[in-house]
Write a protein that binds this ligand. Structure first.
Ligand SMILES: [Fe+2]
Length: 275
C-alpha cells in the first residue's frame, strides 16, 4: 500500500515516506489537513474572482477556461496559504528528500517553487500525462510536489492520476502510457507527495461539483522559481518573515548583477526595493 494514515497529532514516519518516494515516486498521506482547514482553503479559493487570474486572450483559451482555471501564487493572496509553505512536516520531508545528492554539510538546500490552485469545473477532459521536473528520470531528484485534496475525490471527480515508478523511466510519457496511470482516490485532507519526475495529470472529470486541488512545490536552491517570489510577496507579509522563512522562500538564492556586487551565487538580494 502506498497510503499512510497520518492523523495530524500523531508522529509521522519520515523514513517510510522517504523510502516510498525513492521506490514508487509518490506517497499518499491521509488526514494531513484538518477538515476545517480544507473548508477554509476551499472557500477562499472559490471566492477569488476567476476573471482576475485567468489571462485568456484567444478563443481556445476561453473555451478551456470554461472547464478549468488556475489561481496562481496563493502565497501572495492570503497568509494562510503562505503559512502552508512553512509547515514543519512538509519541510522535514523536503529536508530528507533533497539531502540525497547534496553535500552533507550544506544547508538550505531547497527552496519554495510554486503554490497554486487548479479548479476543474464540470466535464473537464483528462490532462495529458506529463512531468514537471523538465528533465525525465533525473537523479538525484530536483523537485518535490505536494497535491492537497480539499474534498473527497472519487473516480469521476477528476482525481490526480499517475504512473507509479515512472520517475525512473528515461523518456517522456506518450498517449499510449495512459493505460498505466492509476487514479489516486483519497479523502479530503489527504496530500499526495510526489517526485516531479513522475508522469501525472488529472483524470477526466464527469461529476458536477467543482474540484479544487492545491499544488505546492519545492526545488533545489540553485534552480529557478516559477515566479520571482521575493519580488512578488506583499510588503505586509514580508515584514513578518523570519530569516528561516526567507531562506525557504528563496530570498538568498538570487545571483548578483556582477562580481562588483557579490562574488558568490548566494547572498542577500541587491538593489531590492519593496513598494
Ligand atoms: Fe503537473
Amino acid at each position: 500500500m502506498n497510503i499512510i494514515n497520518n492523523p495530524m497529532n500523531k508522529k509521522i514516519n519520515y523514513i517510510k515516506i522517504q523510502k516510498k518516494l525513492e521506490k514508487n515516486g509518490f506517497i499518499v498521506l491521509e488526514n494531513f489537513l484538518s477538515k476545517s482547514y480544507c473548508k477554509k482553503y476551499l472557500n477562499k479559493i472559490l471566492s477569488m474572482k476567476k476573471d482576475l487570474y485567468s489571462r485568456s486572450s484567444d478563443k481556445f483559451k476561453k473555451k478551456k477556461d470554461n472547464l478549468e482555471y488556475i489561481v496562481w501564487n496563493l502565497q501572495n493572496k492570503d497568509k494562510m496559504f503562505l503559512d502552508l509553505i512553512f509547515n514543519k512536516k512538509i519541510n522535514k520531508i523536503c529536508e530528507n528528500y533533497f539531502s540525497q545528492g547534496a553535500y552533507k554539510n550544506d544547508r538550505d538546500i531547497y527552496q519554495f517553487e510554486l503554490l497554486h490552485a487548479r479548479i476543474l469545473k464540470q466535464n473537464a477532459p483528462s490532462q495529458r500525462l506529463h512531468l514537471d521536473s523538465r528533465v525525465c528520470a533525473i537523479y538525484p531528484p530536483t523537485h518535490l510536489q505536494f497535491f492537497f485534496y480539499l474534498d473527497n475525490l472519487n473516480s469521476d471527480d477528476g482525481p490526480l492520476q499517475l504512473v507509479p515508478k515512472s520517475h525512473k523511466i528515461l523518456r517522456y510519457p506518450s498517449i499510449r502510457d495512459n493505460k498505466k496511470a492509476k487514479k489516486i482516490l483519497a479523502k479530503e485532507g489527504s496530500v499526495i507527495v510526489m517526485n516531479s519526475n513522475v508522469w501525472h495529470g488529472s483524470a477526466e472529470k464527469k461529476s458536477k461539483k467543482y474540484r479544487v486541488n492545491i499544488t505546492l512545490a519545492f526545488n533545489r536552491w540553485f534552480l529557478k522559481q516559477q515566479f520571482a517570489v521575493p519580488y512578488g510577496l506583499p510588503l505586509k507579509f514580508q515584514k513578518k518573515l523570519n530569516i528561516k522563512q526567507k531562506k525557504i522562500l528563496g530570498y538568498f538564492n538570487y545571483p548578483p548583477r556582477t562580481e562588483a556586487t557579490r562574488k558568490s551565487m548566494r547572498g542577500s538580494l541587491t538593489n531590492y526595493l519593496v513598494k
